[in-house]
Design a protein around this ligand. Sequence first.
Ligand SMILES: NC(=O)c1ccc[n+]([C@@H]2O[C@H](COP(=O)([O-])OP(=O)(O)OC[C@H]3O[C@@H](n4cnc5c(N)ncnc54)[C@H](OP(=O)(O)O)[C@@H]3O)[C@@H](O)[C@H]2O)c1
Length: 340
Amino acid sequence: MGYRVVVVGATGNVGREMLNILAERQFPVDELAALASRRSLGTEVSFGDKTLTTQDLATFDFTGWDMALFAVGSSATKDYAPKAAAAGCVVIDNSSLYRYDPDIPLIVPECNPQAIHGYAKKNIIANPNCSTAQMVVALKPLHDRAKIKRVVVSTYQSVSGAGKDGMDELWDQTKAVYNPTSEHPPKTFQKQIAFNVIPHIDVFMEDGSTKEEWKMVAETKKIVDPAIKVTATCVRVPVFVGHSESVNIEFEDFLDEDEARDILREAPGVMVIDKREAGGYVTPVECVGDFATFISRIRQDSTIENGLNLWCVSDNLRKGAALNAVQIAELLGREVLKKG
Ligand SMILES: NC(=O)c1ccc[n+]([C@@H]2O[C@H](COP(=O)([O-])OP(=O)(O)OC[C@H]3O[C@@H](n4cnc5c(N)ncnc54)[C@H](OP(=O)(O)O)[C@@H]3O)[C@@H](O)[C@H]2O)c1
């Protein structure tokens, strides 16, 4: 016997990936409902070799459904996730709405699978921000060995992190650069994104950091260890899919770069590609469609006592969103619902 699963936001970047990944990983689905807004009522989406017709989230009855994977943004999540949860359907949410609620677990299955049992308080589980998810997969096994004190991270985040509209804006602006008769002023992003980089993702906070940067700090603490200090600079770059991060880590204990490489080679969800030669590292275009978080450029930071640098790349629509949500669904099935 399998599960009755709902994908909410099935016409979006993350929702479509959820459908692909549920099929690719042969998640035990008995029945699947694909939901979006009324605008997309009747739109067809693919689930493996099947075609599903999207239904309207506003009128959907969650009673009798086992789990709902939400990928619709905070405002629609606020309106509908509590209804799904109250109907007995476990919500796995991709928005930032519930991530910092102490009664809702925030889970990356490679790092804190034990947190799954906390789902029962509100029938809701949160999925982290895309930049956090890929970084913590690499940090956790290193932290277990040498205790991380501080992380300095700079991100290079693709436009798909801003949804379908972000991808369209990069595409349209890129074409407009070669065809000056068509204009595409910034709408989704604050400045031109084609052939440019923008050090601003989400809103500004009082201390001058952005909400995206704050999320990386708060979520790393909740998932890995509240004692870890994190400082982040998040930058949008003109890449369609795949987030990259330059990560500097300071440890309590000495950790040799070769041992770090060995630890990461064994770590779940991590793939080390680290040859010290031209092309011996991973770039975002190479990670698209993959499940792994790729780690390259592992090297000692000789400016501090116990420091390492590394380069971390992953498909933000997969590990950063849809894959992690499906992994949570698998964990929930294995540890709690036990149907599959
Ligand atoms: N992209 C990433 O890397 C990433 C990573 C982590 C988390 N997330 C989060 O995942 C969520 C979805 O992101 P995305 O990139 O997939 O966005 P997207 O491509 O813009 O898709 C948004 C989806 O939400 C649906 N939707 C929006 N408002 C709705 C409403 N009122 N009622 C019903 N459906 C509604 C849309 O349906 P229509 O087509 O009908 O408008 C569409 O299916 C967001 O919370 C985002 O922050 C994204």
